[in-house]
Design a binder for this molecule. Sequence first.
Ligand SMILES: NC(=O)c1ccc[n+]([C@@H]2O[C@H](COP(=O)([O-])OP(=O)(O)OC[C@H]3O[C@@H](n4cnc5c(N)ncnc54)[C@H](OP(=O)(O)O)[C@@H]3O)[C@@H](O)[C@H]2O)c1
Length: 265
Amino acid sequence: MKKTILLTGSTDGIGKLAAIKLAKDGHEVYLHGRNAEKLKVVLSEVKSQCGNENIGSFTADFSDLNAVKKMAEQVKREVRKLDVLTNNAGVFESPVAETDDDFDIRFAVNYFAPYLLTNALLPLLKKGKGARILNVSSAAQAPVSLKALEGDNDLSARSAYGQSKLALAMWNTHLSETEPQLTAIVVNPGSLLNTKMVEEAFGYHQSPAEKGGDILYELAVDERYEGASGQYFDNDDGAFGKLYSAARDREAIATLIRHTEALLT
Ligand SMILES: NC(=O)c1ccc[n+]([C@@H]2O[C@H](COP(=O)([O-])OP(=O)(O)OC[C@H]3O[C@@H](n4cnc5c(N)ncnc54)[C@H](OP(=O)(O)O)[C@@H]3O)[C@@H](O)[C@H]2O)c1
């Protein structure tokens, strides 16, 4: 069955690779990027390389949460229903660490943006049957400080990244419980894949980027993953694995969601 899929951060890295595989299969794919020029180039590349004209695109810089909200409104106007939303856009190193709202950029792009986008798009996801949400986390998850979440701590890129990725996983558990008709999967796409993010942060890689692109593709469309809501796919092992303890801790999750709501509304 052909699916309608929105994949954030699909101008580069594993998001772009997954988008190309999905487009080659004939799915209706919506790309997303922060840079309109780069997105335009990738859009025409995907269309011509995949022989699929059913490809659309949306631009929003996720470090600007108002831009995320505007993009969600645009998606709701232009897309009838969504079968898959892959929250893949992410940042590790950044020349500017703080957003205009005084959040650490890792928390804004890696956690607040997917949180806002997904919640705004729930009506589109609920139109189909068994829609999937993929939240792209990491093996590098670290305990979330609420002060850091609020933007009150100076953090290293590594610490902010790890915290944002655990926050994402904790919210994924919440989402799986509050939206039982959807399948929300949190995924580590594999560590040290050969992408721009890893090159900038570490200067070396351990695995090809395709390892991450392939798992995002499979989790989006493979029937095997129906009903895997609330689970953590750890692509370092190529299998579902154990969630970090905070992503199983109901009280910690409730506290995180309460703080997130207070910060975002
Ligand atoms: N590579 C790994 O080893 C690895 C391991 C674990 C998890 N991950 C996760 O996998 C996801 C994809 O990463 P990648 O390795 O493919 O990195 P990448 O090649 O740097 O791609 C990141 C994507 O996110 C977009 N993005 C970055 N900042 C953004 C912003 N402010 N607003 C909107 N979009 C933004 C980028 O846009 P531009 O094209 O404009 O830069 C790009 O499309 C991330 O969530 C990352 O944390 C990666």
